[in-house]
Design a protein around this ligand. Sequence first.
Ligand SMILES: [Ca+2]
Ligand SMILES: [Ca+2]
Ligand SMILES: [Ca+2]
Length: 136
Amino acid sequence: MLAKFVLSLGLLLGAGSLAFAPPAAAKIKVDDALMKTLDPDNDGTVDIKEAKAAAATEFKRLDKDNDGTLDAKELKGKLSKSQIKKADPDNDGTLDLNEYTAIVEKDFKAADPDNDGTLDKAELQSKKGQDFLKLV
Ligand SMILES: [Ca+2]
Ligand SMILES: [Ca+2]
Ligand SMILES: [Ca+2]
């Protein structure tokens, strides 16, 4: 009886962890829909030109009050306060498109360990790749 209980409990737990896999952490899935947005020339990788274009689109989407800069509120969930500070050389507390693109470029390079100037799916799925995806 006990053995049976333990067994069904084990099954339950097994099923439970299956249902929760992959972990609920906000991982951005690199699927066809995402690649379609990030890879308009459809060569299966994201190059720096595509990354910058995607960053500009995302910048516009994030700039809710349309003043041409992103403040901490608009960047919420994208960049931490310290990241904003680092990316904000003129220290006015907001990022303009150039400053935003500069971070995207930095994250792009960090996510490209083989240094071929493009991010493939595996690179996009890496931890650094995920940092990059958050911004585009
Ligand atoms: Ca491409
Ligand atoms: Ca704004
Ligand atoms: Ca690469």
